[in-house]
Design a protein around this ligand. Structure first.
Ligand code: NAP
Length: 302
C-alpha cells in the first residue's frame, strides 16, 4: 500500500479540517493553507505547508514536491458576498487554481477531487427529488458560476478527476463558530436573535460525513465526472436550526423564541439567495460505505 500523502488544500477551513481528521488511520495528510496558524489546535501535529495558492506556479510546485496519491481540493473563495465583491479574485481562486491543480495532479498520476457546490443550481426550481448529476446547471451568482466553470474545465482535462457537489454543511467546526449550526450557536451565545429563512430549501449534510465521503471517494473509488453528496432530507434553514437546537434539548416553542423565522425577502441580500438547491444524492448513497445521515441522526449527542 502506497504511503504517499493525500494533499488537502484549504485544510485549515471548516470542511478541510474535517477531511484531515477523516484521513487519520487511512493515509498521511499533506495539509495546505495560506495561514496554518488559523487551523484548529486538534490539527497542530499534522504536516503543514503554508502557501498562497493564488500565486502562479505555487500549486504545481507543491504537487511536484509532495508527490501525493490523491488531492482533495477544498480551498476556495466560498462566501457568496466575497465573490460578488471581488469577481476577479473569485475566478482566480475558484477556477484558475482548480484547473492548475487538476493539471498538476494529472501529470503526477494523482487522483483529483474537486469540492464543488449545490450553488451551481438555483436560478431554476429542482425536479421532485432534487437536482441529479444530469440536471442543467443554472447558478445565481459569481460563486456558483465560478464553481461551475471550475467543474467544466477540470473535467475537460480528463484523467482521474471527480467533481463532488456538496450541499449546505453543518456540524462540528472544532470550536470556531463556522458552518450552519455552529454559527447559529455562536450567534445565540453572543446574545443575538439570528434570522433563519423559512423559504430557503436545502439538503444539508453533516461536515464530518461529507469529509469521510470525500476521503472514501479519493482513496477507494475510481468514479470520475460529477457526483452529488447530500443529506437524505430536504428542509429549510429554519428547520435545520430547530433540529440543531432540539439536539441540544431546546424544545421547538422555546427555540422559535430564540431565532427569528423569516422569508429571504426580509433581508436585503446580494446576491439573491437560491430558493431551492436540493440535491438528489442517490448515486452517492448506492456507491459509498459512509452513511449520509439526516440532521436529526447526525446532531444527536453521542
Ligand atoms: N461550508 C459549506 O456549507 C459548503 C457548502 C458547499 C460547498 N462548500 C465548498 O467546500 C469547500 C470548503 O469550504 P469551507 O466552508 O470549509 O471554507 P472555509 O472555512 O472558508 O475554508 C477555506 C479554506 O481555503 C483556504 N484558502 C483560501 N484562499 C487561499 C489561498 N489563496 N491560498 C491557500 N489557501 C487558501 C483557507 O485558508 P486560509 O484561512 O489560510 O486563507 C481555508 O483553509 C469550498 O470549496 C466550498 O466552496 C462549502
Amino acid at each position: 500500500m502506497s504511503n504517499a500523502p493525500v494533499l488537502v488544500t484549504g485544510a485549515s477551513g471548516f470542511l478541510g479540517a474535517q477531511v484531515v481528521l477523516a484521513l487519520r488511520g487511512r493515509a498521511p495528510a499533506a495539509c495546505v493553507a495560506r495561514d496554518p496558524e488559523r487551523a484548529p489546535r486538534e490539527l497542530a501535529d499534522e504536516h503543514w505547508h503554508a502557501a498562497d495558492l493564488e500565486l502562479r506556479g505555487v500549486v504545481t510546485e507543491l504537487v511536484r514536491a509532495l508527490a501525493p496519491r490523491a488531492v482533495i481540493h477544498c480551498a476556495a473563495l466560498g462566501s457568496a458576498a466575497a465573490c460578488e465583491a471581488d469577481p476577479e479574485r473569485a475566478r482566480r481562486l475558484n477556477v484558475g487554481v482548480s484547473v492548475e491543480l487538476a493539471a498538476a495532479s494529472r501529470e503526477a498520476g494523482a487522483r483529483f477531487v474537486l469540492v464543488s457546490t449545490d450553488q451551481v443550481f438555483g436560478a431554476a426550481a429542482p425536479p421532485a427529488g432534487g437536482f441529479t448529476e444530469e440536471s442543467a446547471t443554472a447558478p445565481l451568482g459569481v460563486y456558483g458560476a465560478t464553481k461551475r466553470e471550475a467543474e467544466e474545465r477540470v473535467l475537460e482535462l480528463g484523467g482521474d478527476a471527480l467533481a463532488v457537489r456538496l450541499p449546505l454543511l453543518y456540524g462540528d467546526s472544532l470550536g470556531r463558530g463556522r458552518g450552519a449550526t455552529d454559527a447559529l450557536f455562536a450567534a445565540l451565545d453572543a446574545g443575538e436573535r439570528p434570522t433563519l429563512f423559512d423559504d430557503e430549501w436545502r439538503t444539508p449534510l453533516d461536515v464530518s460525513h461529507a469529509a469521510a465521503a470525500l476521503v472514501e471517494l479519493a482513496l477507494d473509488h475510481a468514479t470520475t465526472g460529477v457526483l452529488h453528496l447530500a443529506g437524505p432530507q430536504r428542509m429549510t434553514r429554519l428547520e435545520l436550526g430547530l433540529a440543531a437546537l432540539a439536539a441540544q434539548g431546546i424544545p421547538r416553542e422555546e427555540a422559535l423564541r430564540l431565532v427569528r423565522a423569516a422569508p429571504r425577502s426580509a433581508l436585503d441580500l446580494v446576491p439573491a439567495r437560491a430558493a431551492d438547491c436540493s440535491l438528489d444524492a442517490s448515486r452517492a448513497r448506492a456507491l459509498l460505505a459512509v452513511p449520509l445521515r439526516s440532521p436529526a441522526e447526525a446532531l444527536r449527542p453521542a
